[in-house]
Design a binder for this molecule. Structure first.
Ligand SMILES: Cc1cc2nc3c(=O)[nH]c(=O)nc-3n(C[C@H](O)[C@H](O)[C@H](O)COP(=O)(O)OP(=O)(O)OC[C@H]3O[C@@H](n4cnc5c(N)ncnc54)[C@H](O)[C@@H]3O)c2cc1C
Length: 715
């Protein structure tokens, strides 16, 4: 067996520690030993000062680097041998160097493992260390509550930079070093280690340690208070909470607030349910259903049906979409929310002060309301890029495409993301000749390349022209014909069309309701901290307007935090947990993901193993005529802990649920393998991929012995 370098270091370290403890070398580093040999040591130092200093320095580095007990006694000895000045200098550098070596050893031996094992859970700590690491370390160094060797080792597995660790350690340990070296100059008078530092000195060190943290807290408090300086806070409030926007985020925020008995007003200027119900998830999935039915008719022969045809009217299909919206509408209606205890205002909200919202009702009435907290849930809208000539043609987006009643014969879809891809396939199946134009080298760019390949191949097989690496330059109308001009490998490509649908991303709604006037910090979205607070701590944001995810389920997830934090801060608040976030793109084959894919793992330098199960092998998928796609699981090397899953295939979004639960609750592939899955279902794929993983990790050496055992039993 070959040992890698880490193991060698571990063996050497274990050997040195065994030597130290086995021969009880610690006895030379006791207070009594130093005191009894003080005279000899001093004589030696007087005879060979440089050698004595050098050897002492090396010894001190070794003790701290190996985390051996004895550093305190050595610090006292430094005072006795070299005096306050030289003693402090030697100990200060030796202790910092030794601590840094211990820090690096911990990082080298365990850092990678800890980060890959607990990387997602350490993300917040790492972010804190990146922002505040120096402060924390400084405090820990000054306040001698935790032994220094523990700090050295613990900091080694965080993302703290080595140089920061070194200089903060040196600075932070300096006061303590001075105190102990100084005490060492009077070594003869010291009777025990515990009495060296008086309570007064200890108290001063503690104060010195917490001072930077307290200062920082004050600065933060001051900065957050400063934003309120221009405004007069009302003495009482009409509401506990006002929620701006009645989409996924706003509805859930208001519902939670009402459920916990707060007085809450939800303001919606357009349609209750927001994007998801009216122009997003619901209409798109309803239209996808009709398109899927038509695709099955087209595939009739595959199912043993000699011929099948479907006569349909595009307008009627689009009317069905509206019927589906109507059917779901009651879930998000004013009546339902009023019944749940939410006051619903149909009108436009405008924030006029951190505690004041003005509602312009649809009937023209203007109602000013004071509130203790506000949640901004104003959503996002399609981004239409400034492509020359686009303004001259009617542009379809996910906002207005649902009003179409005439099928566009030639449709250009600009954008290869989830929304663009879903609508591309849907319109193609409904009979449009669709050209999908994407400037990146592949569609569904966030997913692993084989996912894009699979979907692209399916799109092309269905007659869609997928043009990747094509950058839209301008739109021209030549002799009444509309054309998109795109650049591809330095050449102009002209794509004639009857309608163009732009789906290149969505931008947060940030303007027109008081954010700029108030000074709420915004970038591409409303800027929020981990608690979803804006720079005005009583104003929160959730959903698409806050990002970074733009899904209904993440909007609802954030809503819980926004509602609870808005109502209970400063007594208690919760940091939004983004560890396990699933999503799906409802093209065929469906694509679903939770956690890392290979692209992200490589980008974040997280080690992983890949296990794949091909759905072409699955009984149910074969029976259904859907034997294509795969389940791909990333795990921690050598372990069954799931880092991420990508599924491409029929009902991928539903199949993913098992992994979402597993990742959320730390369930590994072994447990999935040990769970009975109903036969014949698509969900069995999850068990089979776990089986593939298990086979790849079978204990070969043990199996060889078991084989011998069976041979022996056969006689
Ligand atoms: C075509 C399409 C398909 C999608 N498919 C999916 C999917 O399958 N799964 C998924 O999870 N997500 C999907 N999404 C995304 C999903 O729709 C959004 O992430 C979700 O709707 C965001 O909810 P929200 O509450 O943040 O914003 P919105 O739903 O946009 O709600 C914001 C509301 O605020 C109101 N508002 C704004 N300003 C004011 C004001 N000043 N006063 C009063 N009211 C105001 C608006 O009228 C709007 O109703 C899709 C989106 C699109 C466009």
């Amino acid at each position: 067996m070959r040992l890698d370098k880490r193991w060698w270091l571990l063996v050497v370290l274990a050997g040195l520690l065994a030597l130290f403890f086995g021969f009880d070398l610690g006895r030379f580093l006791s207070l009594a030993a130093i005191k009894s040999s003080q005279a000899d040591l001093q004589a030696w130092r007087a005879a060979q000062p440089l050698l004595a200093a050098a050897l002492f320095f090396v010894g001190y580095v070794a003790v701290t680097a190996l985390s051996l007990p004895g550093a305190v006694v050595m610090t006292l000895a430094a005072g006795a041998l070299f005096g306050l000045g030289w003693g402090t200098l030697i100990v200060s550098f030796a202790s910092s160097l030794g601590a840094t070596l211990a820090f690096l050893t911990a990082r080298w031996l365990l850092g990678g493992w800890v980060q890959s094992r607990f990387g997602d859970r350490l993300a917040t700590l790492n972010a804190g260390i990146a922002k505040d690491g120096g402060f924390y370390l400084f405090t820990l160094r000054l306040v001698p509550a935790i032994p220094f060797f523990v700090i050295n080792l613990a900091m080694g597995v965080t993302a703290l930079r080595t140089w920061t660790f070194y200089w903060v350690s040196q600075l932070g340990m300096l006061p303590g070093t001075l105190v102990y070296v100084n005490a060492g100059t009077q070594l003869a008078r010291i009777e025990s280690l515990s009495g060296i530092v008086s309570p007064g000195v200890l108290g001063s060190l503690v104060l010195l340690g917490v001072f930077p943290l307290i200062t920082r807290k004050f600065i933060e408090m001051f900065q957050s208070r400063k934003v309120y300086a221009r405004f007069k806070q009302p003495k009482t409030f009409d509401r506990n909470l006002i929620v701006i926007g009645g989409g996924s985020a706003g509805l859930v925020t208001a519902y939670i607030a009402a459920a916990i008995k707060a007085k809450v007003t939800l303001v919606e200027r357009h349609a209750m349910g927001g994007d998801c119900l009216n122009t997003g998830c619901v209409p798109s999935k309803a239209l996808i259903r009709s398109a899927k039915f038509l695709s099955h008719v087209q595939r009739a022969r595959e199912f043993g049906v000699r011929s099948a045809s479907a006569e349909f009217d595009f307008g009627e299909v689009m009317e069905r979409v509206q019927r589906i919206i109507k059917a779901i509408e009651p879930h998000d209606s004013v009546e339902r929310y009023t019944g749940l205890g939410v006051e619903v205002a149909q009108g436009t909200a405008r924030i006029v002060s951190p505690w004041q919202v003005e509602i312009t009702h649809h009937d023209g009435r203007v109602e000013p309301l004071s509130t203790r907290a506000i949640v901004i849930a104003a959503g996002a809208r399609p981004f239409v890029p400034p492509i020359p000539g686009l303004e001259a043609v009617e542009v379809l987006t996910s906002d207005n495409v649902w009003q179409l009643r005439q099928r566009p014969e030639r449709l250009v879809v600009l954008g290869g993301g989830p929304i663009g891809s879903e609508l591309t396939q849907t319109f193609a199946r409904l009979g449009s000749r669709v050209t999908q134009v994407e400037m990146a080298p592949r569609i569904l760019l966030r997913e692993d390349p084989e996912v894009s390949d699979l979907v692209t191949a399916r799109f092309r097989a269905e007659g869609i022209a997928v043009l990747v690496d094509h950058k839209a330059e301008r739109v021209e109308v030549i002799a009444g014909e509309k054309q998109l001009v795109a650049m591809h490998q330095g050449q102009e490509v002209r794509i004639p069309f009857d309608a163009i649908l732009v789906a290149v991303g969505r931008v947060a709604n940030l303007k027109g309701y008081g954010l700029e006037e108030l000074g709420v910090a915004t970038g591409r979205t409303v800027e929020v901290n981990g608690y979803l607070q804006t720079n005005f701590p009583n104003i929160y944001a959730a959903g698409d307007v806050a990002g970074p995810y733009q899904f209904t389920h993440t909007a609802a997830h954030q809503a819980w935090y926004a509602a609870v934090n808005a109502l209970f801060d400063p007594f208690k608040k919760f940091r939004a947990d983004y560890r396990v976030i699933p999503w799906a793109t409802f093209v065929e084959p469906e694509v679903a993901r939770v956690g890392l894919n290979e692209l992200e793992a490589q980008e974040k330098k997280i080690p992983y193993e890949v296990t794949v199960y091909g759905l072409d092998d699955l009984d149910r998928a074969i029976a259904d005529g859907e034997a294509h796609g795969f389940v791909k699981v990333l795990t921690v090397p050598g372990k069954d802990r799931i880092l991420g899953v990508t599924i491409a295939g029929e009902h991928a979004g539903d199949l993913l649920a098992e992994y979402v639960l597993a990742m959320k609750h730390g369930i590994g592939l072994n447990k999935i393998l040990g769970t009975i899955h109903t036969y014949p279902t698509l969900a069995e794929a999850n068990k089979y991929v776990a089986g593939n993983w298990k086979r790849a990790h079978a204990p070969q050496a043990l199996l060889a012995w078991v084989e011998r055992f069976h041979a022996w039993r056969r006689g």
